[in-house]
Structures are given as C-alpha cells and as structure tokens.
Design a protein around this ligand. Structure first.
Ligand SMILES: Nc1ncnc2c1ncn2[C@@H]1O[C@H](COP(=O)(O)OP(=O)(O)OP(=O)(O)O)[C@@H](O)[C@H]1O
Length: 322
C-alpha cells in the first residue's frame, strides 16, 4: 500500500466561522496506482491535495491519518515534512510558477533537486554529473534547447514550458506519490496533451503513484486507472476509470458525464446539471446532492447515505444502491 487515508477531516477558519470541507474522507492507493479526483469547482479537490502534501494555507486545519509508506504524515513536524517533500510526495499546481522559486534560474533549481535526491539516497554526485541529470531531464520532457533553458528564470518561460520544467523536477526527484492539481488547465490543448502524456509516462515507466485532480472527466479517464467523483467534500462514486465511464451509477456521475460535449453539431444544446453545489456553511439535510438530483426520493432528503461497496472496488454513496 502506498497511501492510506483514514478519517481525514479538513476545516478552514474564515471570517464567518469555521467550515468543514472534508469529513471522514477515506482513500487507499497501491504503489504505482493512478487515481483521478473529479468534481465541480468547490468540491474539495485541491483541499484534499493540499492536505496530503501538508500544504494547506495557515487557515486550514486537518486531522485523521494520512499514511504514506507506513508513515503518518499528520504526525510529522514541518521540519520532518520538509525532508520528505519532493522525494516521497511532490505536488504540481495549476499555476506551475507556484512550484518554482522566481529568483533562481531553472538550472539552479533542477540542480538543487538532483543534489537533494542524491543526498536522500545517501550518494554523492559530481557537478558534471548533476549537469547531465538536469539536461537529460529537460530533454525527456521535450524542452528544446536545454542548455538555454537552464539559464532562464521561470518568468522567462511560457506556461507550458514552466509546467514541463516542474515535471522535469519530478523526474529528477522521482517521488513515490505525485499530486497533480489541475496541471493542464492553464495550457492550450496541444501542450495539454504533451503534459498528460508525460505524467502518464512517469506513472507507467517509473511506477510513480499519481493523484490527478481535475474537473474534466475525459482527462481523468485518459490518465488514471481509477476515478473518484467528489461532491461537496464527499466521495459519491469510486470505480475503475473505464467502468465508471461506461457504467456510471451515481446520478451525479451520470450528470457529469452527460455534461461532457460529445458531438460537434452546432444546434446541440449542452446538458448541464441544474442548480449549483451547496455552501459548506449550509449543507442540505440528507444526501448533499439531493436538491439537484432527478432521482431523489423521500429518504434522500432526510438521511445521508454511506459509501457502500457495490462490487469489488466499486463504491457508491446513494440510497438507490443500499
Ligand atoms: N483558504 C481557504 N479558506 C477558506 N475556505 C477555503 C479556502 N480554500 C478553499 N476553501 C473552501 O473550501 C471549499 C473547497 O475548495 P477547494 O479549492 O478544495 O475545491 P476544488 O474542488 O479544488 O475547487 P476548484 O476546482 O475551483 O479549485 C470551497 O468551499 C472553498 O471556498
């Protein structure tokens, strides 16, 4: 087992009081697994990513257990956490500039990553070897002219180039778990496809476990073996990606799938799920999705269903399946 999350609770302190965004969150992930977390804006996806990497803002509070490689991350001090960030867990953000230091050149930062990796492996590497590791990583992510790129500062590169530099850093550090939070949202579609293929390669070729956070079900399907559909801070459905796409069970998953445009006729009206996700300050009684659900019946508005096992590895939180 690579990652086991038990009873995770995350709250934020706000001017209107404390709001709990994730409650009783559970997740199991094997080594080399790839799991996508999908849901509408505000469903708690980034909060989950930040909670795992212990990179929540100061207003965030988390409790429960996040066991990565037999170590509960929530019991580590910030100093201990700093020692495992990068090589055990590495996070890629939607804005790749957040992952890099703006006042250090790309070459400096990638060399530093190579040195950290060597130190943590208990080995030493000569400067020329470091330079080769850096240039090779930049070539692997298909950045042209690596000798020029290393001399530049992050702001001197395009968004797609910076995201590839960050992936080169992941390639050097080879973390056991990579959390990619909407890494391609800010990129155009061709660069997006290149970045997705690079992430898939990290997963397949180096056995890196990947948690891919996205609002885009098609991307989730392309990149991951399993998909978790989240709504208002809870898991609504979890299944193998192809099964989830072909046989969605939860009415929310069905709605999300129907919202993905599939043909190019100009007179096609796009489907959307009526209503909007609830505020965490004012969650509906019963199932959180019930006010928007076209299949909701009496019980759904009264009691929250639990996440039940429908079949091996397939879980659904819906009264229709109890
Ligand atoms: N720093 C914060 N302080 C207070 N509330 C926050 C903070 N960050 C997030 N939230 C709240 O937590 C909830 C979940 O937000 P989160 O960003 O995790 O969702 P998301 O699914 O990643 O959304 P998006 O796709 O828009 O990034 C939202 O209601 C959001 O307003």
């Amino acid at each position: 087992m690579l990652l086991e999350i038990k009873n995770l609770k995350v709250s934020y302190k706000t001017v209107n009081g404390k709001t709990t965004v994730l409650n009783n969150f559970e997740l199991n992930m094997d080594r080399g697994d790839s799991i996508a977390i999908v849901g509408e804006s505000g469903s708690g996806k980034s909060t989950l990513g930040g909670a795992i990497a212990r990179l929540l803002p100061p207003s965030g509070e988390e409790s429960g257990e996040i066991i990565l490689n037999d170590q509960n991350l929530l019991s580590l001090t910030e100093e201990q956490m700093t020692k495992i960030r990068g090589t055990e867990v590495f996070m890629i953000f939607q804005n790749p500039l957040n992952s890099l230091n703006p006042v250090k050149t790309v070459g400096f930062q990638l060399s530093e990553a190579a040195q950290i990796k060597a130190q943590r492996n208990g080995t030493s590497v000569a400067p020329e070897e470091i330079n080769k590791i850096v240039v090779d990583a930049l070539k692997s992510v298909r950045l042209p002219d690596p000798d020029q790129i290393v001399k530049r500062y992050p702001h001197e590169l395009s968004g797609g180039q910076v995201q590839r530099v960050v992936i080169a850093m992941a390639l050097i550090l080879r973390p056991k778990l990579l959390i990619a939070d909407e890494p391609t949202t800010a990129l155009d579609v061709t660069i997006q496809a290149q970045v997705i293929n690079l992430l898939k390669a990290l997963n397949k070729e180096y056995g890196m476990g990947i948690i891919f956070i996205t609002h885009d079900l098609s991307l989730a399907y392309v990149i991951s073996k399993k998909i978790i559909v989240m709504y208002a801070g809870t898991i609504m459905e979890l299944n193998e990606s192809s099964d989830l796409i072909k046989h969605p069970d939860h009415p929310y998953t069905i709605g999300l799938l129907k919202s993905v445009p599939t043909d190019y006729k100009t007179n096609t009206r796009l489907f959307y799920i009526k209503g909007s996700p609830p505020s965490f300050f004012n969650l509906p009684k019963g199932c959180r999705y019930s006010p928007r659900c076209d299949k909701a019946f009496g019980k759904c508005h009264e009691f929250e269903p639990s996440l039940i096992d429908v079949s091996n590895g397939h879980k659904v939180r819906c009264w229709l399946f109890e």
